[in-house]
Design a protein around this ligand. Structure first.
Ligand code: KIV
Length: 273
């Protein structure tokens, strides 16, 4: 689709239910992101999610996704130690999690790992700009690529990742000018999040799109529904209906056959001690 008029629509998903809804929306690519740590598991950043948790959620999402390309994030410290560790963990996300590809964050430092994972037959997506696994080095979730020197580094990294065999790149939280330069000078599709309307595709987090995560909503998010508020309102009505005898109603209730209700009269009831 790169170079055509059609942009690539991507979403995250984290389990069977979110996987099905994302897949049925017609998304081209579904990412089991390590944003899982924040939007599903309630951690303050993405650093705490483990390989086992990523595999568990990827496997669940894979059962709901039949059309889109399913990509799984490699979590913090699952590829940082060595090329061998990176290949082994990418393999687990494919073999146990049933992902079709993996994503990992970083520039020059992950090039050898990407090459080795691709050599093992696993497609790799890169991730540049605001890479949330570097949140402590950045001093917060801050926009990247704000000056020419940083953009030069971004472009060099993007080209290095492409040369290492990455099939696509996420560009997160950067000025549109930086994203445009990278998109023009790499041959692989760029998928933006907070990088303007110049990338080959866009990705957003399921919970942000649907209004399910109110701890903070980045400026670049468009919210298409208020499922969080709707869910709270619906569950409040349920609790009230239970409290005030309105649920369950007759239509939710099963009855015994008439001949059995007669036999009920013979049941002996002893005194409670
Ligand atoms: O973890 C994630 O959800 C991501 C996307 C937002 C790109 O990396």
């Amino acid at each position: 689709m790169k170079g055509s008029d059609r942009k690539i629509a991507c979403l995250t998903a984290y389990d069977y239910a979110t996987g099905i809804t994302a897949d049925e929306s017609g998304a081209d690519l579904i990412l089991v992101g390590d944003s899982l740590a924040m939007v599903v598991l309630g951690h303050e950043d993405t650093l705490s999610v483990t390989m086992d948790e990523m595999i568990h959620h990827t496997r669940a999402a894979s059962r709901g996704v039949s059309q889109a390309l399913l990509v799984a994030d490699m979590p913090f410290m699952s590829y940082h130690l060595s090329v061998e560790q990176a290949v082994a963990n990418a393999g687990r996300l494919v073999q146990e999690g049933r992902a079709k590809a993996v994503k990992l964050e970083g520039g020059g430092t992950v090039v050898e790992k990407i090459r080795a994972i691709v050599d093992a037959g696993i497609p790799v997506m890169g991730h540049l700009g605001l890479t949330p696994q570097h949140v402590n080095r950045f001093g917060g979730f801050k926009m990247q690529g704000k000056n020419a020197a940083d953009v030069q580094q971004l472009l060099d990294d993007a080209m290095a990742l492409e040369e290492a065999g990455a099939f696509s790149l996420v560009l997160e939280a950067m000025p549109v000018e930086a994203a445009e330069l990278v998109t023009e000078h790499v041959g692989i599709p760029t998928i933006g999040i907070g990088a303007g309307n110049v990338t080959d595709g866009q990705i957003l987090v399921w919970h942000d799109v649907l209004g399910m995560f109110d701890r903070f909503t980045p400026r670049f998010v468009r919210t298409y529904a208020e499922l969080g508020k709707d869910a709270t309102a619906a569950l409040t009505r349920y609790c009230e209906d239970v409290r005030y005898h309105r649920f369950p109603a007759e239509k939710h209730t099963s009855h015994m056959a008439e001949e059995e209700t007669g036999a009920m009269k013979k049941i002996k009831i002893r005194k409670r001690k």
